[in-house]
Design a protein around this ligand. Sequence first.
Ligand SMILES: Cc1cc2nc3c(=O)[nH]c(=O)nc-3n(C[C@H](O)[C@H](O)[C@H](O)COP(=O)(O)OP(=O)(O)OC[C@H]3O[C@@H](n4cnc5c(N)ncnc54)[C@H](O)[C@@H]3O)c2cc1C
Length: 469
Amino acid sequence: MKKTIVVGGGISGLATAYLMRKQAEEAGIELDVTLLEKEERLGGKIWSIKGDGYLCEWGPNGFLDSKPQTLDLCRDLGAAAQLLRSNDNARKRFIYSGGLLNRLPENGPSFLQSKLISWPGKLRLAMEPFIPKRDDGVDETLASFGRRRLGEEALQKLIAPMVSGIFAGDPETMSLVSCFPRIAELERDYGSLVKAMIKLAKKKKQEVAQGKAVASAAGPGGVLTSFRNGIQELTDILAETLGPATIVSGQGVTGLSKGESSPWRLQTESIDIDADAVVLATPAFATAEILQGIDGGMGATLREIPYASMTVVCFGYERERISHDLNGFGYLIPKGDGMNTLGTLWDSSIFENRAPEGKVLLRSMLGGACFPEYVNLSDEEVTRRVKADLKTIMGISAEPSFSRIFRHPQAIPQYTVGHGRRLAALEERAAAHPGLFLTGNSYRGIGLNDCVAAANRTAEEAVAHLKSR
Ligand SMILES: Cc1cc2nc3c(=O)[nH]c(=O)nc-3n(C[C@H](O)[C@H](O)[C@H](O)COP(=O)(O)OP(=O)(O)OC[C@H]3O[C@@H](n4cnc5c(N)ncnc54)[C@H](O)[C@@H]3O)c2cc1C
């Protein structure tokens, strides 16, 4: 019987433990998996909090169905029937700019009609196919890429809000190739993003005509998908499937050393555990602490991965007190527009049961890499700032009848320039520690789909390692 310890009970750790057990069974390996989580609660960033009839997401509110990873995991867990797709109207997304909520254009004609980008900005964008591609291998920032290919206005009004919406990040420091490898690939392979979109749309059309692909009404972004009881249902089902004998919560790992009778020995606050393989599914800064004793170099590299903080504010209102249209997903705000918040999601419009009958739930985000000092604001100041933005942007002067503030001092890892080099250094050093695996959102994608994809790869590598021993 081989023994594996998975450290971290977020989606990455839970999915890795589940997939390892499944893959080991398929490979005919007897495997004993134990998952150690520092907190009493499992789920990490995933936590669906119910109160006064509202359902508030502490962190993520779902995953996109345009990638298969999380959907496949849900099907495998027998949980496909419990999935909840976001409402069709949630495809309507807005950007606040020039004192207006501008609908994010979804196609060429709507882009031409949109007031979001000025005519000079549109002309600059139209030049994109004629801008030569850059292939000098430089790890370019998202801001530099945006300015070069699309122009300053598109950078500020389209790219920067997207980077803030996904990573709570600053495009001036984030790496294009680490954050959006597919976009870097499109420039490399097609020479232009516009040319790539046209060619890929043609190819898809042909595949649909030949029956090789299915036409999608959802667009390339896909449909945001969750569960009736919130996204926590996913980690709850994973934990239930793994079973209480596998999971030890409230047990933080403090260190790791090479064992005498087994390859690895993990230290926790109260016990030492021997293992044949160890998977660290913890945030980079926590992984650095655990590895300090065996590889200070890996620890130093991991500490170079910065984290952005974020404050999430949920306000519930009587529906009749809000005159603004709430038909859509919500909006993002470019940094230069002088607002306090990064944006607001109209949560009760996205999923049908997030607020009680006759009420609405709005979820605003503050902070991120561009406003790191906001994490220290008092609850009163956070409330004041969110209310001020909601009044300016949506004309809401009513008092919320429900309010919750969630703080994430280390919300999201930032893949800044140099991230690729840091990953290569980590991989090189990890080769000297057979049976040690790192996974989670600190490395190759922060979305739930990315975390599940990484869990799959890690499970495969760990099972192959155990098989070879
Ligand atoms: C506000 C917010 C909104 C988001 N929205 C979305 C969204 O809508 N869609 C989407 O796809 N993604 C979203 N994300 C990103 C996504 O939620 C995360 O990338 C993902 O949940 C991270 O999962 P993880 O398991 O890698 O890490 P975590 O969830 O951080 O889990 C790591 C676990 O390790 C534990 N741990 C730490 N140190 C130790 C130790 N020493 N010993 C034992 N355990 C330890 C922690 O307690 C934690 O439980 C959002 C993130 C945030 C913060």
